[in-house]
Design a protein around this ligand. Sequence first.
Ligand code: ADP
Ligand code: ZN
Length: 215
Amino acid sequence: MKLILLGAPGAGKGTVAKLLTNIDGSVQISTGDILRGAVTAGTELGKEAEGYMKRGDLVPDTLIMGIMETRLQEPDCEKGFLLDGFPRTIPQAEELTALLERLDITLDMAVEIDVPKDIILDRLCTRRTCENPECQAIYNVKSNPPKVEGICDKCGAKAIQREDETEEAISHRLATYNEKTAPLIGFYKDAGLLMSVPAVSSDAVIDAVKGKLNI
Ligand code: ADP
Ligand code: ZN
């Protein structure tokens, strides 16, 4: 399957993407994970992106498009991909349309995970992320804590609160989402590609996707 996952930070795009990879071997492509990996590794890309990310600002479109152009041409994308955190702006969406046309790739749909704002806020404040760039497992101190506090179950690295998950950075990220990313819902609706799902649970989203794709 070839899907775009849309939704506010904390809507569960990453969780849904991981569950969907189990269905047909499609790969999850998270620009956030790629960028955090680059920051930890101290690459040129990481150095350029770091400041924006800490503040909860978007990284410039040109950097993101460079990452995606390379990533979408890697062989593991042939089976399918789940775009998680990209596109994030109308210009990114327009460039993605052109890029996919060039690569002769057809999207199945854009799935909007629709979560009430109070739930989003609570989730982001209680979220913990594994700091190992190869892992980046996600926990929640209330609903899904690691077995040992502060330690990732999967790899043993530290599960930490992300630097952009302080209250101030979170409200900034949500404002950025409303201003820059929410318009993508209309963009994909006009393109006839949108499916909106109220995200009662990740499983409900998976069922809706399966139903729509007949799998
Ligand atoms: P979220 O939990 O907000 O969905 P992500 O892990 O997707 O977080 O992204 C973390 C940060 O990485 C964003 O706040 C932004 O600075 C940067 N980022 C990720 N994807 C993009 C993108 N497509 N365009 C611009 N910046 C991005
Ligand atoms: Zn881990």
